[in-house]
Design a protein. Structure first.
Length: 408
């Protein structure tokens, strides 16, 4: 059902008011984290009180999504846009218990020998994020051990895998059945061995994750000099028992407080009143008069990075046509390094993205560190005209710029 004009006006206030830490994008106030954390003084106007309160509630919804593992691949990519939330969440003891970081998921496990893989499997109740079961165990696998993934829904697009709604996997490069102890159903796809580990519960109640703790050679004296796997992004963790949110207590101007704000699995903000909801709003998508014109049209032809280009190896750049503003770039991954292990269609550190008001004034866009192939990357400010994209070694990407006429 389309949102009525009143709730649409509320959404517009949330998105385009410079006080909205999660809405206004490049027009947000100088220190949005402090604005969210600190209570407003007596006499503050009603609109400002409402904007702060609904931003805070969106932050708390975000924390609960993280704790319950509810984010989709797109939602995971939008984590950085909730960075303003941390001072406020920390002040009410709902902040992350660990920060997201890049690093090897474990050490060793890259040679063609037997390894003992110690792991912890955790089952989390989706409704409230409570941990209902944790088991630490080990199994023995032929190396190389490539990593662990969490597989949500069906078979994750991999033919032949069993289909409980949530299941965790250790991925091993071996074609052999030997040396595998326990581990459930096994499927070989290409040169990889997929081994189910310890969870096949109800699709609506629980989510299971698998953490590899250590990988050690199973037999003394075997060489283990094949190096560590490539770095992976480790998302932040949040407290597992966050309480349900109470109803809002601050009403917007002209309203009775029956509106509320939600964060969907894609990381979008949705504002509702009595069952009437806005369309999903990407966090940080506001920014004043240039923010309402949509993505515009393709600007020029797609460009592909070329590692053998003598002038700009593995890099493409350009500017919007005269009189236009750059609305973003769409990036497709067209080549990845051999044996690269991404997370489904998500690629970490595949490329770096810059946008800015001229070719000599470019700012790095944080979204570039984690890309879904085909993703549309949006500028962090409304005044961008030029862009640059550089693929990391082993990757090649195709870049399509979009622009629209500047508004007078």
């Amino acid at each position: 059902m389309p949102a009525n004009s009143w709730i649409s006006n509320l959404a517009d206030a949330f998105v385009n008011n410079a006080l909205s830490a999660l809405g206004a994008g490049g027009r947000a106030l100088e220190n949005p984290g402090e604005f969210l954390r600190d209570d407003l003084p007596d006499g503050t106007d009603g609109l400002t009180l409402w904007i702060q309160d609904r931003n805070r509630r969106a932050c708390r919804r975000h924390a609960r999504n993280e704790a319950a593992g509810l984010y989709s691949n797109l939602g995971a990519l939008r984590r950085p846009r909730y960075g303003h939330c941390r001072p406020y969440l920390d002040s009410i003891n709902e902040g992350p218990t660990s920060s997201g970081s890049y690093g090897p998921p474990y050490s060793g496990g890259q040679c063609s020998i037997l390894y003992k893989v110690f792991f912890t499997s955790t089952a989390v109740r989706k409704s409230d994020g409570a941990v209902v079961d944790t088991q630490t165990d080990f199994s023995i696998f032929n190396g190389p051990i490539l990593g662990a993934i969490s597989c949500e829904g069906g078979s994750c697009g991999i033919p032949g895998l069993p289909t409980p709604a949530y299941i965790s996997w250790i991925i091993s490069g071996s074609l052999s059945d030997s040396g595998e102890i326990g581990g459930g159903q096994k499927v070989t796809i290409g040169n990889k061995r997929y081994i189910a580990q310890g969870f096949s519960g109800s699709s609506t109640l629980f989510r299971s994750t698998l953490q590899i703790n250590s990988v050690t050679p199973n037999q003394a004296g075997q060489p283990d000099n094949c190096g560590s796997p490539p770095n992976q992004y480790r998302p932040p963790t949040f407290p597992p028992n966050l309480p349900p949110l109470p109803p809002p207590t601050i009403a917007p101007p002209g309203g009775d407080g029956s509106d509320d704000i939600f964060v969907d699995p894609d990381g979008n903000v949705v504002i509702c009143e009595n069952g009437d909801c806005t369309t999903p709003i990407p966090p940080g998508s506001g920014g004043g008069p240039d923010s309402g014109g949509g993505p515009g049209e393709p600007d020029g032809d797609p460009q592909e990075t070329d590692p053998n280009d003598p002038d700009n190896p593995n890099e493409v750049s350009g500017c919007a046509e005269d009189g236009n503003v750059l609305t973003g770039v769409q990036i497709d991954i067209i080549q990845e390094p051999p044996n690269y292990q991404g997370l489904g269609n998500i690629y970490y550190r595949s490329c770096w993205v810059w946008m800015g008001p001229s070719s000599g004034l470019l700012d790095m866009v944080s979204d570039g560190k984690a890309i879904e192939s085909g993703q549309f990357v949006i500028p962090d400010s409304r005044d961008c005209v030029c862009y640059k994209v550089r693929a990391n070694p082993g990757f090649r990407v195709s870049v399509q710029a979009y622009s629209r006429p500047k508004e007078e």
